[in-house]
Design a binder for this molecule. Structure first.
Ligand code: SAH
Length: 452
């Protein structure tokens, strides 16, 4: 057991506040027992129209260009600027299609805030840093993280902090702004501009919105991505006697209003670029090149400017095959039926994310969520909140939420944590003259056992 300098202090310092209101507990997992309590309300006519517009759009696209890749299908269905699933609705929570750990328990975002501060201390307390979140949903994780920053202002001293959110959905960015900013955020209509909205957070920090990570200013940053990589478009490949073939989406000939999977008769651009010579025991593979590009971007930024990235998602280490699925009203949903009405997602392949960093940074994990949160002091935090909560419903809510995010049978094992850190954060450098190694760096919070 190792002691992480500073973490014990951080966990105790922000210990006197009370529980925030929590959502009923149910996740983007398929266990009917948890799902029964949450059912989706009937869809508005506007949404219904948009959804059938999506099917028409896909069918006309396939008619004019031929079968499309699963990646193109996912991109269109989820983020098409006019009819995409994420663009115009609040998809999270009991009334939506799925709920996530930060929505379930405030402790989740708080501990991620502590993680950032712990890494900021380990980096020598730089005077300025950015908090960057990819795919912030309703803004709940950022809100819980920023509350910890505010409570620990005596530790952060005069650090200049700015907040940067990468979000493609106009609707969700509106919900994020409502939760996070004071006063009206400033909408920017310059189409060539990289920022589309700015404001000041309720805790007094400058905050900006972007469509793409590339647009976020460079500088020492903490990057958070929770349930973000699993919605990025994947390509699917099947091993055949002729080699790897890409799985595509076509119109069902017997029923022209429906879609079906087909196998590309020849190598496609994606199969040539991503998988052609691959020797793999699996006969079915999913690859997400967009995730690769984003991880490479994060790795370069961290190597050049410092900081760290924390990715939390469901995923595997290059072992799983077909994980592509849909969620609608907290139920599994056929990925090809009624496109645009359901969330589409695939497990993150962490071995691929690690591989694309090309050794520029140190990659830690993936480790199970319950292990990461335990190491971060989740039990201490729960006890503090329970001590301050006298209402039996609040106490029950806190305990149920803890169980949902920690229980290995629920979200505790399925979700993993993966981090990117500067190379020298965990590998001490050898002095080329004396050949002596530098001082050993403190262990990285969450990835080592913590003694509180
Ligand atoms: N992180 C949140 C929400 C997860 S849902 C949570 O855990 O509660 C996925 C989020 O990613 C949504 O906010 C969605 O609008 C956003 N998103 C999806 N594709 C994106 C893309 N290509 N670029 C930026 N954001 C994206």
């Amino acid at each position: 057991m190792r002691f992480l300098p500073g973490l014990k202090y951080l966990c105790k310092e922000f210990s006197s506040d009370i529980a925030r209101k929590t959502s009923p507990v149910c996740g983007r997992l398929c266990t009917t027992q948890w799902m029964r309590s949450c059912s989706r309300t009937s869809e508005s006519t506007k949404e219904g129209n948009q959804d059938s517009m999506m099917l028409k759009h896909l069918i006309s696209k396939i008619k004019s260009t031929g079968p499309i890749s699963v990646a193109e299908y996912m991109r269109e269905v989820l983020t098409n600027p006019v009819t995409g699933y994420y663009q115009h609705r609040d998809v999270l929570g009991p009334q939506g299609d799925f709920i996530t750990s930060p929505e379930i328990s405030q402790i989740f975002g708080e501990l991620l805030g502590v993680w950032c501060i712990s890494e900021w201390m380990a980096a020598g307390k730089p005077k300025t840093f950015q908090l960057v979140e990819l795919g912030p949903g309703r803004g709940t994780l950022a809100s819980d993280t920023l509350r910890v920053f505010s409570q620990l202002h005596s530790v952060l001293k005069k650090a200049e902090i700015s907040v940067h959110l990468v979000e493609v959905s106009p609707k969700l960015s509106e919900i994020q702004a409502q939760l996070l900013t004071k006063g009206e955020p400033h909408l920017l209509h310059d189409p060539s501009g990289t920022i589309y909205k700015t404001g000041v957070t309720k805790t007094g920090l400058p905050i900006s919105w972007y469509k793409d990570l590339q647009d976020v200013p460079k500088g020492f940053s903490f990057y958070l991505a929770h349930e973000f990589f699993d919605v990025l478009p994947i390509h699917k490949f099947q091993k055949t006697k002729q080699g790897w073939r890409e799985i595509l989406i076509d119109i069902e000939p017997k029923s022209p209003g429906k879609l079906r999977f087909v196998l590309a008769p020849h190598a496609t651009l994606a199969s040539k670029a991503l998988i052609q010579q691959r020797d793999d025991d699996r006969d079915h593979i999913e690859i997400c090149p967009e995730a690769g590009v984003i991880i490479q971007n994060l790795a370069s930024r961290i190597a050049e400017d410092g900081g760290a990235a924390l990715v939390a998602d469901y995923g595997h280490n290059g072992t799983k095959t077909d994980t592509f699925r849909g969620f609608h009203g907290h139920q599994l949903h056929d990925v090809l039926s009624a496109p645009g009405t359901a969330d589409l997602t695939a497990d993150v392949d962490f071995s691929y994310l690690r591989q694309v960093t090309e050794g520029k940074v140190t990659a830690l994990g993936p480790i199970p969520q319950h292990e990461f949160l335990k190491n971060m002091g989740v039990d201490v935090r729960l006890q503090v909140l329970l001590r301050n909560a006298s209402d039996p419903n609040t106490r029950k809510g806190l305990i149920d939420a803890y169980d949902m995010i920690m229980n290995p049978e629920k979200m505790g094992d399925r979700f993993k944590f993966f981090a990117l850190l500067p190379y020298n954060r965990v590998n001490s450098r050898q002095d080329t003259k004396t050949m002596k190694c530098g001082p050993t760096a403190p262990p990285v919070a969450g990835f080592s056992e913590l003694q509180l």
